[in-house]
Write a protein that binds this ligand. Sequence first.
Ligand code: GLN
Length: 471
Amino acid sequence: MLIRLRTAIERGETSCSELVRQYLARIEETRHLNAYVEVYAEEALNRAAELDEKFKREPSAAGPLFGAVVSIKDVICHEGHEVTAGSRILQGFRSLYSATAVERLLKADAIIIGRVNCDEFAMGSTNESSFHGPARNGEDPSKVPGGSSGGSAVAVQTDTCLVSIGSDTGGSVRQPAAFCGVTGFKPTYGRISRYGLLAYASSFDQIGLIAREVSDIAAVLQVIAGPDDFDATALPEAPDIKLEPEQQAGRMRIACFDKALHHPGMNPDIRQLTLQFIEQLKGEGHVVENVEFDYLDYLIPTYYVLTTAEASSNLSRYDGIRFGYRAGDATNIRETYTKSRTAGFGTEVKRRILLGTFVLSAGYYDAYYAKAQQMRRLIRDRTRDILHQYDFILMPASPLPPWKIGEVVNDPVAMYLADIFTVQANLSGCPAIAFPIGRDGDGMPVGIQLMADLLQESKLLSFSQQFAGKC
Ligand code: GLN
């Protein structure tokens, strides 16, 4: 899409200003979906006018993302702009610096049109834990858009931006993309600097991208990925993201887990569409084989023990002193901490802080945290082992279609279990993509997920582009 937009701008058929005006009008039309928590209308228009001016003066000076209008999830710092992680505890907090991803976007001439809704501290699968209220699925506003990057998925679904920058700790760009019928991509852990991304679980967190077209994901990824002195976990490899059409013709070897597809918790429509997709792949000459993966039932417990442990540590900094919200009625420092955190955090975040503190506490550390670390190693090794024999692992993005707002939110375990297919990529650090393959009996989008070995983004994106955006 970006390439088409740039051509249209070059021919004088549109301009950055015109694009921003169109997106702003769409944002107004879709306000009821609560995708945006803040719209930078004036700022985006001014920047678009500047970029148009620059382009007129010197067309060759246009950056690689000239013409790209993006939204950013409310967990990514943008200097001088509010960032709340969907939480009351950060209400009113303004970023003192920009995330590396944001700096690189701006340097490449992208325009940031607004900040989009998400679950509180990116913890959730529905966007319902946001302090700003739930975002709604544009396909059916009574249903959730998925989460935690629900606002990002709806923003792309409703054509209010070209690409949305989200974050993915256990599926947060892939699952909402699947729920909203768009494409969500999580790169290899460390591909994109986490500097300026508010931490949930640092050894899992990765900035991810949602768009309609794979080519737009590739263009943005190429710009924002790469080493960064401000993040020691950012990989040293410079990104070389190439979409190669010849890859499309290549025969791929794809692994799938029959046990997962025939799991009793699997929605029958999703199973059916997945099986059809597998048949389609076979018909095109690809090899799709069932492989044994003994750790399916361990994915969710391992993920939730480790991420809550990391979250309990990461969120200890929100004490009512240094950032955002502070309880007004405290008389001493201890009370300030307690009252600010009690009123500032929502139920799900508190649940995870308690769980995380528990699994790290003396007497339980070995039984839970240390065990989960060992399990993570086994999961990662087996996953990579499979990915040395196969090009991709194929799974549904979610075992369930989007549910009604309010339907599952009071059953956290049911919600956690629905993350079964997405967390493996974060536990192993591997890149993964979700794209739509059809609709269920209620007309809601259904997504498939492909996972590749570390640093295999180009292969994964090249292969996916023939399917993504076509449904
Ligand atoms: N749904 C998962 C969770 O609640 C994933 C969230 C995420 O990727 N940020 O932890």
